[in-house]
Design a protein around this ligand. Structure first.
Ligand code: SF4
Ligand code: ZN
Ligand code: ZN
Ligand code: ZN
Length: 828
């Protein structure tokens, strides 16, 4: 049990008592904390701090959670070459290291033994040695054996051991440690300092906070408590090292510690991280929104969000304070993950206004009463100039002006320009109207999808992603690619996210956090469902004790003993992976000596980020001819216009692709119809769209058939023999399939197929037709061979686009179109 705290009130140090008040009694008793002794002991069973006993008989060490044996035994076992069973049966062998201090076995003797193996204190040991004819048991049962009183504690500040000999200042360990230091010459002669700074004897699962100022003790305990509550593990040896190092620094408080100090005593990497985390936790302790709002940089954790808000770039004091009032008023209405960045983005508008006033006015904009509409005009002009010169984009300009308008309006609504308020005297003309907002640039959502080559390369390298990060990141990426959800929707998926519709089709259940629409249902493919099922299995095995309703599908690998926390962002690992991939070459049309030519150029990798998969998903479905209202539902968009932008891109791309493939168009004789790759006129596109219908492997221009939507072919679709027929490179696969069909049906009809002779002879494909189709195929292929590799890959891409959007196959049997998949080879 912990003793009641002896110090806080007496200390009259308000901050220290504030920190001590924040310590949880249950947490302190978990550490067997006693303010008199000041040694924290890790418990044997606790999901975060627990260190169970090593399973090797005779070993007294603690093991990291989830491992059967301690690090020392693990090393010995590896060297032993034995099986774990044999090694365990053998028990702990070799010299036993002393763990803690044990008392003499003479009843009531208060002096410590010299070692674990010795059973008596040095004084009684001496007695026993002199009565050499007695066994230990006989010696211990002698009636005139007197227990000896304790000599007192070791004089090393961090040590809680007792001395074993009269005349010694230190416990045996510290006495010998000092001796060794003297012998080696590492002792600097200042014994008083040595006593204050030398570490305690390291004991497994124990951390001595003795010899540290009360404030520091409270801080260290508090930071351990904060970590533990967050389920972040803090291994005992790490925490011990930190205590030893800050003791060496002899500082009064962690808050007085700067980064140079940390470096000096080697508190770097993970130790430095623990300290920095501790300082953040301490800074937050005791802050309230009301104290935080007075600062120029806000820690939003105090307001229940994450991140910070920075107001320091607004130079004019009045504006800065007013924007703080605005932010304080705005915060309670915001929710979600990105509150900090979205508010800071709006504040950035005011930063721009502030900068503009500072640069363009002699008084730097500090005299609010003198501001006028001219300043607004100057600001708008400056924004336009910075956009023109490429300092930022058109979208940013619109955003900045909107933000300034929003904040200035709101500031007036909040009454901040009233008499006696922060912006008292700000002229009414200092405002922006709707007319000041420039036109919105073209929609930026669509057109950010990744080309097929890039998607293919990424899908081929998922193994590498798993190797450089971990399994969950790979699964997250696969799901992003397959489902087009937003990255945080995937990251936060619950374990139980897979279900089926009444018709047995597979459904992904997810939450649309952005718009706060929960429990959305998305149809997914079998292959995607398989990824989920596989991952569910893994997670179940890893956390067998947590109910599935509380598990996450993608559990975080850190600070997550029960699997209830999701991975954070996948951005960093994803970026590292993409950057590590070799260049991905894609065909690009460039202008060379005034001519458009195709070149294979490396794809700009900065365009490959997790959100791009959402764009690709949308574009893939739009390209595949999924109706806009269906896609709107699939994307869970609120506005149809957002979804429709994908179709606009689709139109443009298709038009371009059609231009390319029709450049390689042939008639039935295999003669090229257009020789030059030139853009078709707009009217030509329209005319083509209404003046032709598709056949199985090309298009038909026969007016009656076109008018009948392809249902009225007098030739019964023997298009290779028809003058109204055109085909192009994009039909090559269909031509080849048609040829296969012809050959196969001829073979079947030639063999024992039961049919009347007349039907058979009419149905058997003619030699001529087969020859024509073959010739056409060869013609198209030969033309393809003439192209340079760049042109060929460009054509291949165009063919892919055209084929994807080709949904009309009138008059011919058609296979039901599956949902488009980036990795079609996964389909059954
Ligand atoms: S054979 Fe083919 S191209 Fe000729 S009319 Fe019939 S469908 Fe059209
Ligand atoms: Zn062990
Ligand atoms: Zn004794
Ligand atoms: Zn000691």
């Amino acid at each position: 049990m912990t003793t009641p705290l002896p110090l806080a009130r007496e200390l009259q140090d308000l901050r220290t008592s504030e920190i001590i008040d924040a310590l949880d009694a249950t947490f302190l008793s978990l550490l067997s904390w006693d303010w008199e002794v000041r040694v924290a002991r890790y418990p044997t069973s606790h999901p975060v701090l627990g260190m169970p006993d090593c399973e090797i008989p005779g070993c007294v060490k603690g093991t990291p959670l989830g491992e059967p044996i301690c690090v020392g035994c693990m090393n010995r076992w590896r060297r032993s070459g034995l099986s774990l069973e044999d090694f365990t049966a053998q028990g702990r062998t070799g010299r036993l290291r002393s763990i803690g201090q044990k008392l003499c076995e003479v009843p009531q003797c208060e002096r410590p033994r010299r070692s674990v193996a010795a059973r008596l204190c040095p004084a009684h040991q001496y007695h026993w040695a002199r009565s050499s004819e007695l066994t230990m048991e006989e010696f211990l049962s002698r009636p005139n054996l007197h227990p000896l009183p304790a000599i007192g504690p070791c004089h090393v500040a961090s040590c809680y051991r007792t001395r074993s000999r009269e005349g010694n200042l230190y416990c045996d360990v510290h006495a010998s440690r000092l001796g060794i230091e003297r012998k080696r010459g590492t002792f600097d002669g200042d014994e008083d300092k040595w006593r204050r700074t030398t570490p305690a004897v390291a004991v497994d699962r124990e951390i001595s906070l003795r010899g540290l100022p009360d404030r520091l003790v409270a801080e260290l305990l508090y930071s351990l408590q904060v970590r533990t509550v967050r389920e972040v593990k803090t291994r005992d040896h790490r925490f011990r090292t930190i205590c030893d190092r800050v003791r060496l620094l002899q500082i009064p408080s962690l808050e007085a510690l700067d980064d140079a100090d940390l470096d000096r005593v080697g508190l770097i990497d993970d130790l430095g991280m623990i300290i920095r985390g501790a300082r953040t936790a301490l800074r937050r302790l005791g802050t309230t929104p009301d104290t935080e709002r007075l600062k120029d940089i806000w820690d939003l954790v105090v307001f229940g969000h994450s991140g910070t808000l920075n107001f320091t770039k607004i130079h004019q004091k009045g504006f800065r304070e007013a924007v703080k009032v605005w932010a304080y008023d705005e915060l309670p209405r915001r929710r979600g993950q990105h509150v900090a960045s979205s508010l800071q983005n709006t504040i950035r508008g005011m930063e721009r206004l502030s900068e503009s006033l500072r640069l363009q006015r002699e008084d730097g904009g500090h005299q609010l009463r003198l501001l006028s509409r001219t300043d607004i005009d100057n600001f708008c002009t400056r924004m336009a100039f910075l956009t023109e010169t490429g300092v930022f984009g058109a979208y940013h300009r619109v955003h900045v002006i909107r933000a300034v308008r929003q904040i200035l309006n709101r500031i007036r609504v909040l009454g901040l320009t009233a008499h006696g308020e922060i912006l008292d005297g700000l002229p009414v003309s200092l405002a922006l109207s709707v007319q000041d907002i420039p036109d919105e640039p073209e929609d930026t959502e669509a057109g950010k999808d990744l080309p097929d080559e890039v998607m293919r390369e990424l899908c081929d390298n998922l193994d590498l992603l798993e190797k450089t990060s971990y399994r969950e990141i790979r699964v997250a990426t696969e799901l992003l690619i397959d489902t087009g959800r937003r990255p945080d929707e995937i990251a936060k998926l619950p374990w139980d996210c897979l279900t089926t519709d009444p018709d047995d089709s597979l459904i992904l259940l997810y939450d649309n956090h952005k718009n706060y629409r929960l429990g959305r249902r998305l149809p997914i493919a079998k292959a995607t469902a398989a990824i989920i099922t596989e991952q569910q299995k893994r997670v179940r095995e890893r956390f067998p004790d947590t109910p599935t309703s509380m598990l996450k599908l993608l559990p975080s690998p850190v600070a997550n003993p029960e699997g209830k926390k999701s991975i954070g962002t996948i951005g960093d690992q994803h970026r590292a992976w993409v950057d590590a991939l070799p260049d991905i070459m894609i065909p690009v049309v460039v202008e060379l000596d005034g001519k458009h030519v195709t070149r294979l150029l490396p794809f700009d990798k900065s365009k490959i980020f997790p959100y791009a998969y959402r764009h690709s998903y949308a574009q893939r479905h739009a390209d595949a001819g999924i109706a806009p209202d269906v896609l709107k539902d699939l994307m869970d968009h609120r506005e149809l216009s957002t979804t429709q932008s994908y179709y606009r891109v689709n139109q443009e791309r298709r038009r371009e692709a059609v231009d390319r493939v029709t450049a390689l168009q042939f008639d039935r004789h295999g003669t090229r119809v257009w020789r030059k790759a030139q853009g078709l006129l707009d009217s030509e596109h329209v005319r083509r769209a209404i003046g032709e219908v598709a056949t199985a492997y090309g298009i038909c221009l026969e007016p009656h058939n076109v008018a009948a939507g392809g249902q009225s072919c007098p030739l019964r679709f023997r298009c290779v023999g028809c003058d109204h027929f055109r085909t192009d490179i994009s039909y090559l696969p269909d031509l080849e399939r048609y040829l296969d069909d012809l050959l196969r049906s001829r073979e079947r009809l030639m063999s024992a197929f039961e049919a009347d002779d007349w039907a058979r002879s009419e149905a058997v494909p003619s030699e001529e037709e087969i020859r024509r189709v073959r010739r056409l195929i060869n013609r198209v292929k030969a033309d393809l061979d003439d192209l340079s590799p760049e042109e060929r890959s460009q054509i291949e891409e165009a063919v892919a686009v055209v084929r994807r959007s080709r949904t009309v196959m009138l008059g011919m049997p058609r296979i039901a179109q599956p949902m488009p998949d980036v990795r079609p080879w996964r389909l059954p």
